[in-house]
Design a protein around this ligand. Structure first.
Ligand code: CDV
Length: 321
């Protein structure tokens, strides 16, 4: 399978959906020219990363959401993808028919049919307005926690697992996907350099991003393809670092810029077998009976008492006596 990751540069508040879709179409054309089977676009690809803004009336943010997929502005991307025979992953803000708002992504196969959907589960940030900060990170205000779980979908014969942005930092996500046989995990992200209450050194932002992808890939014998929306959006800076990672944990392709950029890699799905049949042979080595804490406990707590037999302590002095 040949995977393309379409990194997207900043999208300004003033930019129309139609203009953005034009940029995405250009990237998809490049991917098709390079005979990619699947193109991965970022999280909230169709607009600026609006959770940085506070709207007293949350409904004011509705203009950033899609009520149908594809709507009129996005339909040309579906048509182009079907025309060129390329599957794609796309993140966007969704209002469902019941009025619920989600940070969502979809998988579209090479015939232009939606075959997979994910609604972001690990929503970072806060629900209350913060004072005296250069940007909010109000995902908890604008979105509900996703209700679809971590799904794995058949995309033209390949098992593809989905997640979004902050999910990539949580080991449970990759494990849930790998336990369902995912061969490739795809995700989009927006990682602002400034996040309230998250004072990481600038160099660490990139390190912890890549570390998360690499650890997730290796520990779960999957390929990971991650697409950034990055650069500057109305003066707000977001990291790049879009990457494709092999089941060995090694990065096989990585974006160099903080703008529009396509990276492509030939993904040998057979490479996973080395790990799946040895160190990470789940059926042979996993011990779920010892993992209860992971589902029973949410936050950090006290150590669970461990009882064990302790042989009498024999000190040198006692022995000598
Ligand atoms: N959009 C995100 O989920 N961003 C988070 C942080 C930076 C808030 C991330 O993990 O990249």
């Amino acid at each position: 399978m040949r995977i393309a990751v379409a990194q997207v540069g900043g999208i300004q508040l003033s930019e129309t959906r139609r203009a953005v879709v034009g940029r995405l179409a250009n990237l998809l054309e490049q991917a098709a020219d390079q005979r990619a089977d699947l193109v991965v676009f970022p999280e909230l690809t169709l607009t600026t990363f609006f959770p940085r803004y506070w709207y007293d009336d949350a409904a004011e943010a509705d203009r950033f959401f899609e009520r149908s997929m594809p709507g009129d502005d996005v339909a040309p991307l579906f048509e182009l993808a079907a025309d060129r025979g390329v599957a794609f992953y796309l993140g966007y803000a969704e209002i469902d028919p019941r009025g619920r708002r989600f940070n969502t992504s979809i998988l579209v196969d090479r015939s232009g049919r939606i075959v997979g959907k994910y609604r972001k589960i690990h929503l970072p940030g806060h629900a209350e307005r913060l004072d005296d900060v250069p940007a909010q990170h109000a995902e908890k205000r604008y979105f509900e926690v996703g209700d679809l779980g971590f799904g794995v979908f058949d995309v033209d014969g390949v098992k593809v697992g989905m997640c979004l942005c902050n999910d990539r930092r949580w080991p449970e996500v990759y494990r849930c996907l790998s336990l369902q046989g995912a061969e490739v995990v795809v995700l989009g992200y927006n990682t602002p350099v400034f996040v309230p209450g998250w004072q990481e050194e600038p160099h660490a932002k990139m390190f912890t991003h890549l570390l998360s992808l690499q650890a997730g890939a290796y520990q779960n014998s999957v390929w990971v393809a991650a697409a950034a929306k990055c650069g500057y959006e109305d003066g707000h800076h977001m990291i790049g670092g879009s990457a494709i990672v092999a089941p060995s944990g090694e990065i096989v392709a990585k974006a160099r810029s903080e703008g529009e950029e396509l990276i492509v890699a030939d993904v040998d799905l057979g490479l996973s077998e080395i790990y799946r049949t040895s160190v990470f042979n789940f059926a042979a080595h996993r011990r779920p009976e010892h993992y209860r804490l992971i589902v029973d406990r949410v936050g950090r707590g006290e150590p669970v008492p461990v009882s064990f037999d302790q042989p009498p302590v024999t000190t040198a002095a006692r022995r000598d006596a």
